[in-house]
Write a protein that binds this ligand. Structure first.
Ligand code: NDP
Length: 333
């Protein structure tokens, strides 16, 4: 039976209040209010990322116009596709491409998107799995692939900063699974057992990361997955071993990077940028296929919690306060 496109749907919308300030609230919208795109998707699951926290809390810079439905990730079932790429009932996922920033996103029961933005759910997976990975896990996979492309050694330590967060915890699990010697850095010592259970061989406190005193510190890290930026990244970069690589993912601490070119030109260190939003389709497909292989649902069980759409406004504040551990799947219905 062909799935039916409903006339209305429920969404968490960020609108301007009387003072012109952004404010999140639930609305029932007409299907005619969906944005342009060939594919209408019945969204079943979304997820919570740091960026979503900023968007829902009304922080500037994420939502490019208002009103807007946030949610940078979605997964669900195709209801209708004008491009003919997908059949009704196909399972799909979407991360990035400006979803939940400049195009209505995953915090709604319906979405309409361009067909080329969608990825088929890998065989043997489902929408909940896809969202327990989400942008955070996808970014972690891109970071691990970047380190592997640059032949990072499995002999010496690979550092993950912000390790108890969404990107960090998935990076720890993926690196351990790929045989790397993982050192997890966290500001939450109570998460040490959790990080060891994901495969970290060493867990260090955030304050144990040596601050940058000289342009070149003694060599320690074969590779780095950095989610925090600022001083931690500057210090890790100066302590990266000759021909080692850093996959730079985030700015949870700071967008600043105050450093020198010495590690680049004297040690051949590679500073690699990770961008999950506009990642090209072939790389995207390769990353999702690898995630399905290396990170099955059972491996994500302990890292994932499921919450309802109505809880998102509160969860947004929690992730901004650094109180969220691992991944949060949002059950949209
Ligand atoms: P989370 O909030 O889940 O994780 C961030 C972690 O960073 C926290 O759990 C905490 O880890 C650490 N942290 C938070 N505040 C500070 C601070 N002031 N100083 C040092 N460490 C801090 O967020 P995500 O994992 O979803 O995202 C992490 C970063 O990556 C964000 O900046 C996000 O914008 C970025 N990102 C980038 C993407 C890309 O395409 N490049 C895609 C996805 C995310 P702990 O408690 O272990 O110390």
């Amino acid at each position: 039976m062909t799935p039916h496109v409903p006339d209305t749907f429920r969404a968490l919308r960020v609108t301007k209040d009387d003072q012109g300030q952004p404010r999140a609230g639930f609305q029932t919208l007409s299907t005619a209010e969906l944005p342009e795109g060939e594919v209408t998707v019945q969204v079943t699951h979304s997820s919570l990322n740091f960026k979503d926290g900023m968007a829902v809390a009304g922080r500037p810079g994420i939502l490019k116009r208002l009103p807007m439905t946030p949610g940078i990730d979605l997964a669900g079932t195709v209801l209708h596709d004008e491009s003919g790429t997908y059949a009704p009932g196909d399972g799909v996922l979407l991360t990035g491409w400006g979803l939940g920033e400049r195009h209505d996103g995953g915090y709604a029961t319906l979405a309409r998107v361009p067909a080329r933005w969608l990825t088929r759910l890998p065989g043997g997976t489902d929408a909940r799995w896809a969202m327990s990975v989400g942008t955070a896990g996808f970014t972690a996979m891109l970071a691990v692939m970047a380190l592997e492309d640059h032949a990072v050694s499995r002999e010496h330590e690979v550092l993950v900063t912000g390790a108890a967060g969404g990107v960090g915890s998935t990076a720890v699990a993926l690196l351990a699974q790929a045989g790397f010697n993982v050192t997890a850095s966290t500001g939450r010592p109570q998460e040490a057992d959790f990080l060891r259970s994901l495969g970290a061989r060493q867990v260090i406190g955030r304050e144990e990361l040596p601050a940058l005193k000289r342009p070149l510190e003694s060599e320690r890290w074969a590779g780095v997955v950095d989610t925090v930026g600022g001083e931690a990244l500057a210090g890790a970069y100066a302590s990266t071993r000759t021909h080692g690589s850093l996959a730079v993912c985030g700015l949870a601490a700071s967008p600043k990077l105050d450093t020198t070119v010495y590690p680049l030109i004297l040690r051949g260190v590679n500073l690699l940028g990770i961008d999950s939003v506009n990642c090209p389709v072939p790389r995207r497909d390769a990353a999702w296929a690898r995630l399905a292989r290396d990170l099955p649902a059972a491996a994500l069980e302990g890292v994932t919690r499921v919450r309802g759409l109505s809880e998102v406004p509160v969860l947004a504040l929690e992730i901004l306060a650094g109180r969220v551990r691992g991944r949060t799947v949002i059950d949209v219905n």
